[in-house]
Design a binder for this molecule. Structure first.
Ligand code: DGJ
Length: 730
């Protein structure tokens, strides 16, 4: 059966994705009305879903005869606009040539497209096989101004996910100013939901907060120029009766790396409008006649199997249909990053010695972090001068690469391409390349300015520098860092009425540069980083399949950071490293085993100098590297289930199950000692209930059913300790 069906007579669209249904229709006034989103329904007469409750006071509608409740302000709108009776947060607001914001979008028609189209210049999910997706385009028109909006919905045969975006076309005769263009909106019929959001800061990303929806606007935003450490662009709404493994849960993730807004607006009638897109604050876009504007993609997931079911859908969507490149479905190379081990103190001889030692330990990739270029001995200088520091690398990147490769290890390298130090050759040559507002002070963050990524000459310069280094150094991995917020958001090249476009043009410029690099270097593994996880978003996964989750490598802090990240992002995208003890961010001491078990995500590595470690510690590293090589594919492609979390359970536990269900790895981490408590037992998920599994470490035999319905008993744990259990199908 087709995934998208239109009932011509009743004018109802029924979209099915995986085992969910999304229903909308065109009402008598030609508004596009939201009907239902939830568990899959059989086709039927869905006209009842188009009814609006009889609210009345004060609402404006076009004809009093039909009743006040025929105001869009009381309807569940699919793509609400400002200017026609809807006085809540809307998806589109613009300024016409006459200075008003009048806009009235009515249904015009629809098209069904095979597959999943890409979005021009923006990250977008894609099919890996023909027939996995279908796309509905609903066309809405303001016949006064000839502004036309296509609202897109891509649905997937195998996933409970819907990917949405909108394209605004100016078919009129005068330019209009877009002031608010959101990617998508869902008008839920009531407000009986718990909203999960996240907050954080450097070294403390994606901490989780929940609240019952309240009246008014609630949500998240960024104006930092990136998706930011502070809040990540996702929201989750769940029924109060749902939990990790059962009940209705709705998730929304914006695939965008710049300023965004993600809000839920609960109105006075108890309806909840969830709406996400580019942050309208500070944004305008001049749309000339004949031009179009495409919003970033909004990825939605529904689960009736609780929060974990929603996470599984997002994991598959982002891992298989958003991330690209050679490594997206394979174990990542075991890497060793020099940052915490050497900071700026690297040189060719040291790198060669580390490479030789790393090779003995089973490390496959040595990443030379900050400090290899220009005059870079601290963070005061040289960003932009992407040529080797001769004092440290007398034979250039090529010389260093030869030595690292001769040791049997690949070479990776660090860049912070979007930045420029005041103390740099590049700034002397091109001060005009800096993001700035003419005549005003340019503020610094970590002693650096931001480059104007909207400029083609800036993109070209960066492309040449990065491409040249990759070629010369036989580079197989690039860490792409970014370490300050935007402040003075202006571009020398744009006229006054286009300065409101700079924030978005910056992101488009960044995406264009990355697209060029990943197209020309498809085998290079790119990892994004922004002082850790300050730009960990679905948009960047399109170019870089993994991200440095946090600068905080403390295993105990990582329990909550990785938990929050796992709500929507796949484990394959989460970089996690073993660093030294005591930890450099928290000065906490945690055992090697705990650090190792927590760092086992999809993208594992070390962040230390092995030459400073004892024989015993190096032996531990070698064993870990070998172990990771056997399980790395499981961490990338297996299903991930959260079993306990530090917020509710005062411990953490999770498991990976192989796609064939023949192997599972369960990890339990304590954050405290529980002397007299009952023995912990966690019900497992995703196993074959009819199979028998052997617990390889303890030699016990369990049925899949016993593990799933009774649970796996845990050994007692000391303080901040971990245990892993490997269960193999017999
Ligand atoms: C911030 C990153 O998060 C670190 O991992 C490291 O690369 C430093 N920048 C280098 O300056």
């Amino acid at each position: 059966m087709k995934l998208i069906r239109f009932d011509e007579e009743r004018r109802i669209f029924h979209l099915t994705s995986g085992d969910s249904s999304y229903i909308m229709g065109v009402n008598a006034q030609n508004f596009l009305i939201h009907g239902y989103w939830g568990r899959k329904l059989p086709d039927s007469d869905f006209n009842y879903l188009m009814e609006t409750q009889g609210h009345s006071s004060f609402e404006a509608c076009e004809d009093n005869e039909v009743g006040y409740w025929h105001s869009p302000n009381c309807m569940r709108m699919e793509f609400p606009v400002t200017g026609r009776q809807d006085v809540k947060k809307t998806a589109l607001e613009l300024k016409n040539a006459d200075g008003t914001n009048m806009l009235d979008l009515r249904y015009q028609g629809y098209k069904i497209h095979e597959g999943k189209p890409g979005l021009p210049g923006l990250p977008a999910t894609y099919e890996t096989e023909k027939g996995q997706a279908e796309t509905l385009e609903v066309i809405l028109l303001d016949d006064h101004s000839n502004i036309e909006v296509s609202v897109f919905y891509s649905v997937w045969a195998h996933l409970n996910a819907i990917c949405r975006w909108a394209v605004v076309k100016n078919n009129g005769n005068t330019p209009v100013m877009l002031e608010r263009v959101m990617s998508g909106c869902v008008d839920f019929p009531d407000r009986d939901y718990i909203m999960t959001t996240n907050y954080g800061a450097w070294a403390n990303e994606r901490q989780i907060e929940k609240h019952r929806l309240f009246s008014g606007v609630q949500g998240l935003y960024s104006r930092k120029g990136t998706s930011s450490h502070m809040h990540n662009p996702f929201v989750i709404l769940q029924r109060p009766t749902s939990d990790e493994y059962q009940g209705d849960v709705y998730g929304a993730v914006l695939a965008y790396s710049g300023n965004y807004e993600a809000v839920v607006d609960v109105d006075s009638y108890g309806m909840s409008r969830m709406i996400l897109g580019i942050n309208p604050d500070g944004f305008t876009w001049k749309l000339e006649p004949g031009e179009t504007f495409t919003t970033p993609e909004l990825c939605l997931a529904y689960s009736y199997k609780g929060v974990n079911g929603m996470s599984n859908t997002f994991h598959k969507l982002f891992r298989d249909h958003m991330a690209r490149g050679k490594y997206k479905n394979t174990r990542r190379p075991v890497l060793l990053n020099t940052w915490e081990g050497c900071y700026f103190g690297i040189n060719e001889e040291l790198i060669e010695n580390i490479a030789k030692e790393a090779a003995k330990l089973g490390v496959e990739l040595l990443v030379v972090d900050d400090g290899w270029f220009g005059e870079r001995n601290n963070d005061m200088t040289s960003l932009g001068d992407w040529y080797p520091n001769k004092a440290k690398l007398p034979n250039g990147v090529e010389g260093m690469a030869k030595k690292v490769n001769a040791a049997g290890v690949d070479l990776g390298i660090w860049f912070e391409p979007e930045m420029i130090s005041k103390e740099s050759q590049l700034y002397k040559k091109h001060p005009e390349w800096t993001l700035c507002v003419k005549g005003r002070l340019i503020s610094q963050g970590r002693n650096q300015y931001v480059l104007d990524m909207s400029r083609q000459d800036v993109q070209d310069y960066l492309y040449d520098c990065i491409a040249d280094t990759i070629k010369k150094g036989n580079i197989t991995y690039v860490k792409w860092d970014y370490n300050r917020n935007h402040a003075e958001i202006g571009s020398e090249l744009l006229p006054a009425d286009r300065q409101g476009e700079v924030g978005h043009r910056y992101v488009l410029g960044l995406y264009a540069l990355m697209e060029r690099l990943v197209t020309n270097f498809p085998d290079v593994l790119f990892e994004s980083c922004s002082g850790g996880g300050g730009r960990f978003d679905a948009g960047l996964l399109y170019y870089m399949p993994q991200a440095w989750t946090s600068d905080d490598t403390d295993a105990i802090m990582r329990l909550s950071i990785q938990y929050g990240t796992s709500l929507v992002y796949p484990l394959s995208s989460m970089s996690a490293h073993i660093s030294v003890c005591p930890n450099h961010q928290t000065w906490r001491s945690v055992s090697y085993k705990t650090r190792q078990d927590v760092a086992y995500t999809g993208s594992f590595g070390f962040e230390l100098d092995p030459l400073k470690l004892s024989e015993e510690e190096r032996a531990q590293m070698a064993a870990t590297a070998e172990d990771y090589k056997s399980y790395g594919d499981l961490f990338v492609n297996g299903d991930y289930y959260r079993l306990a979390n530090i917020y509710d359970d005062k411990c953490s536990a999770w498991m990976f199950v192989s796609p064939e269900k023949d192997f599972a790895l369960v990890t339990h981490a304590s954050i405290d000692v529980n002397i007299e408590g009952p023995q912990k037992k966690f019900k497992l998920y995703g196993l074959d209930e009819n199979a028998t599994y052997v617990d390889e470490g303890r030699g016990r035999i369990y049925s899949g059913a016993a593990l799933m319905y009774d649970g796996l008993p845990m050994d007692g744990l000391g303080d901040r300790a971990t245990a892993t259990y490997k269960l193999k199908k017999m």
